[in-house]
Structure formats: structure tokens, C-alpha cells
Design a protein around this ligand. Sequence first.
Ligand code: COA
Length: 222
Amino acid sequence: MHVNASSSYDDRTPLPITSCHPVAVVASARDNDCRRHDMCDDGVMLPKLRVESVLWNDADTHVQAGCVALWDTVWPTVTGVESLDQRTARYAQLAGHQIHVGLDSAEVISVARTFEHTVDLAGTPQRVIALASVCSHPDRRGEGWGNAVVEAALSSASPTVPALFQTGVRGFYERLGSAVIANPITTSVPDVDAFTDTWVMVHPGRADWDETLPIDLLSGGW
Ligand SMILES: CC(C)(COP(=O)(O)OP(=O)(O)OC[C@H]1O[C@@H](n2cnc3c(N)ncnc32)[C@H](O)[C@@H]1OP(=O)(O)O)[C@@H](O)C(=O)NCCC(=O)NCCS
């Protein structure tokens, strides 16, 4: 996998969500923060925080395994109640999804997942970028890893194709420009849950977003 470790966060090229090419984003909200950099021999500060965005199917096996291990660590109850078959089926559904992975050397420290989806907004199809599976390793929180993968994940969102997601940590996303919405959320798909988390949010937040319109996810929640 090619990694352009010299890319800077500010000049990164937003990755089309359908792209199968990995992109490396060296990210830090605080580029001068030494906690997030390694000093090389000639005194140049090299960014330490690296994000790759890649389709799940194209990700290296160790990256996939690292994501699964991280998700299992952060949400152990999910795996605890699943059979192996259910778990295998769940990960098989990630085909075509894009993962944005924060890597410290080869170790997966944080991840976010996105996929394109169409919801029904009061009778009108609305393309969205579904954002899901966002987490960082419990031992590495507060170092910018969560921020980095979410910024990569949200980089292709726009007012016309916003990211749509549920979360319990609204402040984490609000500081990135996302907004809580109050639209009634349902799904017309039988036997699946729509949303289960505290807040429903869009990115970017839009002043003209009509929060009265019901959203039919046309799928289970993510
Ligand atoms: C939420 C989570 C991804 C944040 O990851 P992280 O690596 O600690 O985040 P960062 O270090 O990049 O923090 C970025 C900023 O968000 C803030 N932040 C982190 N968690 C926050 C929270 N729960 N609420 C509000 N702000 C938060 C940080 O203080 C930091 O702000 P600063 O730069 O001004 O100091 C991580 O706590 C996590 O994995 N939580 C469990 C899973 C989860 O809730 N995922 C979200 C599902 S939608």
C-alpha cells in the first residue's frame, strides 16, 4: 500500500468516497504539538499521526484485523452476544465501505467508516454519507486520533451530500462543524432498528436544514 508520508494535513486531497485508492493524510489539529510528532535526526519534525482512507476490501489484512480488534475492544458487548456466523456476516457487509484508519506505524489506533447511502427525506431521495464505527483506542484518547479519522471521513461530505450519523458524543462532532438535527428518524425496513444513539447529526451543519421533515433511513441505523 502506498503511503505518502510527506503529505500535510492542509493540502490533502479529499478522497471520493467511491475511490479504491488509499490516501494518506497526516493529520493534527495542533501541528506544533510535540506529543503528536517524532523528531528526526536533522531536527525536522515529522508528523506521527497518519490516516489512510481505503475501501474495506482493498485494505491490508493487518489493517482489517486491527480495525476488528479495535471495534471489539471498544464495543465488546456487540461481539459478546454474537455468534461467529453473525460476526462474520456483519463484517462481510463492509464490502464497499470506506475505512479511515489512524495508524501509528502499523498499529491501528483509530478508525471511522463511511458508505454512500440514500435516505428518503419526506418523499424525496437524499444522498448521504453514512458515518459509523468511529472510535479510538482507549489507551490513546486525547491525542488527536479520533479527530484525524473523522476529519478524513467527513472530507467528502457537502451541503448537498451531507454526512448523517448518530452519536452519544455530540461535542466531539460539533467542534468539527457538525450539527444536531431533530428530524424524526424512522425506517420502513421491517425488523431493523433505525437509530439507537442519543443524537442524530449532519455534517456540515446547515442553517437551512429543515428539521421538521421525517427521514426514512430505508435501512437499519448505522
Ligand atoms: C469519541 C472518541 C472517538 C474521541 O477520540 P479521541 O481520539 O479521544 O479524540 P481526539 O483526541 O481527536 O479529540 C478531539 C477533540 O474532541 C474532544 N473530545 C473527545 N471526546 C469528546 C467527547 N466525548 N465529547 C466532547 N468532546 C470530545 C477532545 O477534547 C478534543 O478536543 P481538543 O482538541 O480541543 O482537546 C473516543 O473517545 C472514542 O472512541 N469513544 C468511544 C466510542 C465512541 O463514542 N465513538 C463515537 C461514536 S459516534
